[in-house]
Design a protein around this ligand. Structure first.
Ligand code: ZN
Length: 62
């Protein structure tokens, strides 16, 4: 299993998308995988980390 992720940074959110997944992910909140949004204020401004869900469950290994 390939276990790599692509990070796509937008001005206000960062998308984490599994590479080589069985479905095509769109780097927005409307992706069919139903991505999980996690707020991040560590930089002093609100950003969102948007974790997309792979069909192979690799995010369980984080
Ligand atoms: Zn997705």
């Amino acid at each position: 299993m390939l276990d790599t992720w692509s990070t796509i940074t937008h001005p206000k959110d960062t998308h984490h998308i599994p590479d080589h997944d069985l479905i095509d992910h769109q780097p927005d909140e409307h992706c069919i995988c139903g991505p999980t949004h996690r707020s991040d204020v560590s930089s002093g401004v609100l950003r969102w980390n948007v974790w997309h869900h792979s069909l192979d469950g690799r995010e369980d290994d984080e």
